[in-house]
Write a protein that binds this ligand. Structure first.
Ligand code: GAR
Length: 192
């Protein structure tokens, strides 16, 4: 059997998408990948606690150079951005071309790009009077949320939704399924 693909997960916040990856790796749904490191852009990211609890090595890297160093030390073959709120430096995008995926909480090309992140996305979707939203996993390139789309899933917007309620539904019905699925897809490709 070939070696598993080493994955570094980059995070900035609560880490529920990281948790989905950890859980699905544990129950065998990501057979071709192994999370080797979680790198956070801030030291108070709760995602770090989730990683530590799962026995995964962690690091906090605020500067682009530190991120590159931590990636190199980890020996990661691919990168998953799971609620990572910083723009990746060009050198990392070049080094990991087609090996970096990101989860975005809307149906790209709607509600993405500059200023659209986290709860702001869901607020804008509600203000836009949309009947559906969803999540997208895409490859990361030099642009903002502009790389080729890998997977998308629509989620219903309901009467009376608040940004918080919609965010939770998009996470439960789309993000936590799509991200592990996409990670497995890429890991499988890379392991061939
Ligand atoms: C998720 O909804 C993710 O899609 C979004 O931030 C949240 C992070 O939650 N990402 C972006 O907006 C990136 N542009 P989590 O830390 O609980 O996974």
């Amino acid at each position: 059997m070939s070696e598993k693909i080493k994955v570094a997960v980059l995070v900035s916040g609560g880490g529920t998408n990281l948790q989905a990856l950890i859980d699905k790796e544990a129950d065998g749904q990501i057979p071709d990948a192994h999370i080797v490191k979680v790198i956070a852009s801030r030291e108070d990211a709760f995602a770090l606690e989730r990683a530590a609890k799962a026995g995964i090595e962690t690091a906090v890297a605020k500067e682009p150079q530190q991120v590159m160093e931590e990636l190199q030390k980890s020996g990661a073959d691919m990168i998953v951005l799971a609620g990572y709120m910083k723009v990746l430096p060009k050198e990392i995008i070049e080094r990991y071309r087609n090996k970096i995926i990101n989860i975005h909480p809307s149906l790209i090309p709607k509600y993405c790009g500059k200023g659209f992140y986290g709860k702001r996305v869901h607020k804008a979707v509600l203000e836009g009077g949309e009947k559906e939203s969803g999540a997208t996993v895409h490859f990361v390139d030099e642009g903002m949320d502009s790389g080729p789309i890998l997977l998308q899933k629509a989620v219903e917007v309901k009467e009376g939704d608040t940004p918080e309620i919609l965010q939770r539904r998009v996470m439960e019905q789309a993000e936590w399924k799509l991200l592990p699925q996409a990670a497995q897809m890429i890991a499988k490709e890379l392991s061939i």
